[in-house]
Structure formats: structure tokens, C-alpha cells
Write a protein that binds this ligand. Structure first.
Ligand code: ZN
Length: 374
């Protein structure tokens, strides 16, 4: 892995925000705020833009006895989301619930255990209208030394009152070109950097994980080969679906490794400090959510490659289009089929989060794509 937090001589800002790429404004604002923080911050941007990573860097600066040295135990634990006085409410699968919000209100009432204050990060605060209403009073008058960092994709009208109680930090999407540039600066060669930037969907965290996956390029070509391998039979469609899903599971090796490390670190932290939070159970739950999200992201990225393969065929068919006669009719038909294939793949991308049966979904898609000529 390139980069990382371990650089012994790195300046604090670089150590704490090494993983926040292409967001200089947000990092500047957070660094300035960490000296004399207000009660609540609202970070607005797509989840891939790095809000959670920014929040951890901010928390490290707020919890460290030296203001964010990037080297001490406090910084190290905060950057990994394991600090006792950092509470993270993960982005909910559907919507932030009133129970989640009540839990946050309860936590806000307790005293920090080791640091001078506690930091509560609530992801997806734009997803639950009632939950946001429950949080409002606590945001206005936090009972203890608490700093809230709320993360939202957008600020809908429902969230306007909450937003007005917070300092807003905008975190725009990072363009693929900027991610590719950053990867090259980390020593990644150009072609791989371009593929990674395309596959990571704007997320540096994901780009880092993919960089650690030795099968990354092979998996991309596997998805690209789908149109060639569908022979019109149901067994080819089913075989391909299970092969691709097995490949997706293989990509989780790096994620599992990170989870094992977090569990080891979290458990030893709990043993030495007598944690009241039972980090193992919380961590395991978070890990399960991360696995689900990773699997969905991987399939989405693969489907993106597949849609791209059909789009390329469509362009090829258009360039060699025959001018007239029966050949022309055949070309038109083929282009129509290819456009339909792109639509079918993109429709599945839209269903991905809601549909838990990825196997059936891919099989059905491949059967549908088997009818497309090439
Ligand atoms: Zn420190």
C-alpha cells in the first residue's frame, strides 16, 4: 500500500488527512476548526468523496492531546475509527431511524472517557426526517463537551433547520482524472491508474483497496468478456454468473485482512481500557455492512465494465454500418439490440441495492443478453 498514516516525519495535516484527496478547501476548514471547534459540523457530499475519512482525521485532531500529532495512540485509534471517544453511526441501509437518533442523544449526554471531549459522527443524516428532528435539540445545546460531525449527501428542505445549526463543509465529488493523477503520484503506472480511477467510483478508500487486489485487472477483463462467452444457453448464463460472483468474493481478501486487523486492535484497546462499548460486536456489525457494501460496489463496477463493452460494440456497429439493402436492416437490428443490452445492464445497476439475490439477478440478465447478436 502506498501512502498511509505511518510517516514518522509527516506534518500533522498530512498524516491526518493523507486519505482525503482533492479536497483542499475542506481539509483547510477542518484543520482551522480543530483548534476551537463549534458544536456541530455538517459535511455535504457524495459518500465516495471521503466524508467518513475526513471526519476521522478531524476527530483525531480533536481528541489528540497534542492537537492532532498523527503519531500518538489517540491519533492512531481515531484514524481507524477505534478511539473510545469517537462514536460513529454508520450510513444506514435505508434511512436513519428515530432509534438511531435517540441513541445519539443518549451518547451525547455521557462524559468522554480519556479525551477532553467526544466526537460523534452520524452518517446519512439526510436520510431520516424524523431522526433529524430528534437530533435538533441536542445539536443546539449539547449537554457535554461533544462535537458532532454529521454527514449528508445533500441538504433537502427537511434538513434545513439542522443545517442552520451546523458549520457546513462541502465535499464535492472527486473527478476520476484527479484520482488517476493521485494514483500516479503514488507510483502507480498510467494504464493501471486509469482503470483504478474508473473502477473506484470517486472513492479513494476504494481505490486503495483495489490497488491491493492482485486480481483487479483480471476481474475487469472477465466482465468485459461476458458478451463473447454467452452462447445462448441457460447453462452458459448460469455458469458465468457464478464465476463472476466467485471473483467478487476473491476481491474481498484485502477487506477481510483489514477487518481482522481492526478486530485485533479494537479488542486489545477494549482490554486495556475496560471499554463499555463492546467494540467486538459493534465492529463485527460494521464489518458485515462493509462486506455487503463492498460486494454491491464490486458488482456495480463490473456491470459498468459490461455496459461499456456493449457500448463499444454499438459504436463499432455504427461505424461499419451498411448503406442499404438487407444488410442495412440487419445492422439496424443489431444496433437496436446492443442499445437494449446497455439499457438492460444499467437497469440491473439500479436494482442492485434493493435486490439481495445477486445470483438470480445476474443469471436473468445474462439470459436476456444471450439474445443479443454481436
Ligand atoms: Zn496525536
Amino acid at each position: 500500500m502506498a501512502g498511509g498514516h505511518e510517516g514518522g516525519t509527516a506534518l500533522p495535516a498530512e498524516a491526518l488527512f493523507a486519505d482525503v484527496v482533492g479536497q483542499p478547501e475542506a481539509v483547510r476548514l477542518v484543520r482551522a476548526s480543530s483548534r476551537r471547534p463549534v458544536h456541530a459540523y455538517l459535511v455535504v457530499g457524495p459518500p465516495a468523496a471521503g466524508g467518513r475519512v475526513l471526519a476521522r482525521g478531524f476527530a483525531a485532531a480533536l481528541l489528540c492531546p497534542a492537537g492532532g500529532c498523527g503519531r500518538c495512540d489517540s491519533c492512531r485509534l481515531a484514524l481507524r475509527g477505534l478511539h473510545q471517544d469517537l462514536v460513529e453511526i454508520d450510513r444506514p441501509a435505508a434511512a436513519l431511524s428515530v432509534d438511531d437518533a435517540r441513541r445519539v442523544v443518549r451518547i451525547a449526554q455521557r462524559r468522554p472517557s480519556t479525551a477532553p471531549r467526544q466526537v460523534i459522527v452520524v452518517d446519512g443524516v439526510d436520510t431520516g426526517r424524523l431522526a433529524a428532528a430528534v437530533l435538533l435539540k441536542t445539536l443546539e445545546e449539547p449537554p457535554g463537551p461533544t462535537v458532532f460531525v454529521l454527514l449528508a449527501e445533500a441538504v433537502p428542505a427537511d434538513l434545513a433547520t439542522v443545517a442552520s445549526r451546523c458549520v457546513r463543509i462541502d465535499l464535492p465529488a472527486v473527478p476520476a482524472g484527479r484520482i488517476a493523477e493521485w494514483l500516479r503520484s503514488q507510483g502507480v503506472e498510467e494504464a493501471l491508474a486509469a482503470e483504478l480511477a474508473e473502477a473506484c467510483d470517486g472513492s479513494i478508500e476504494r481505490a486503495r483497496m483495489l490497488l491491493g487486489d492482485p486480481g483487479f485487472l483480471a476481474h475487469r477483463s472477465l466482465w468485459r468478456s461476458v458478451p463473447l462467452r454467452l452462447d445462448g444457453t441457460g447453462s452458459a448464463a448460469a455458469g458465468l454468473a457464478s464465476e463472476l460472483l466467485a471473483a467478487v468474493d476473491e476481491t474481498m481478501v484485502a477487506l477481510h485482512q483489514r477487518h481482522d486487523e481492526e478486530l485485533a486492535a479494537g479488542v486489545s484497546d477494549a482490554e486495556t481500557s475496560g471499554s463499555r462499548r463492546g467494540p467486538r460486536k459493534e465492529l463485527e456489525e460494521r464489518h458485515r455492512r462493509e462486506e455487503r457494501r463492498w460486494r454491491t460496489d464490486e458488482i456495480r463496477a463490473g456491470l459498468g465494465v459490461l455496459a461499456g463493452a456493449y457500448r463499444q460494440r454499438l459504436v463499432d456497429a455504427a461505424t461499419r454500418m451498411d448503406a442499404s439493402g438487407p444488410a442495412r436492416a440487419r445492422s439496424d437490428e443489431l444496433m437496436h439490440e446492443l442499445a437494449g443490452a446497455v439499457d438492460a445492464v444499467e437497469a440491473v445497476v439500479g436494482e442492485l441495492v434493493r435486490n439481495p439475490s445477486h445470483t438470480l439477478m445476474l443469471e436473468a440478465l445474462f439470459v436476456r443478453l444471450s439474445a443479443v447478436g454481436g
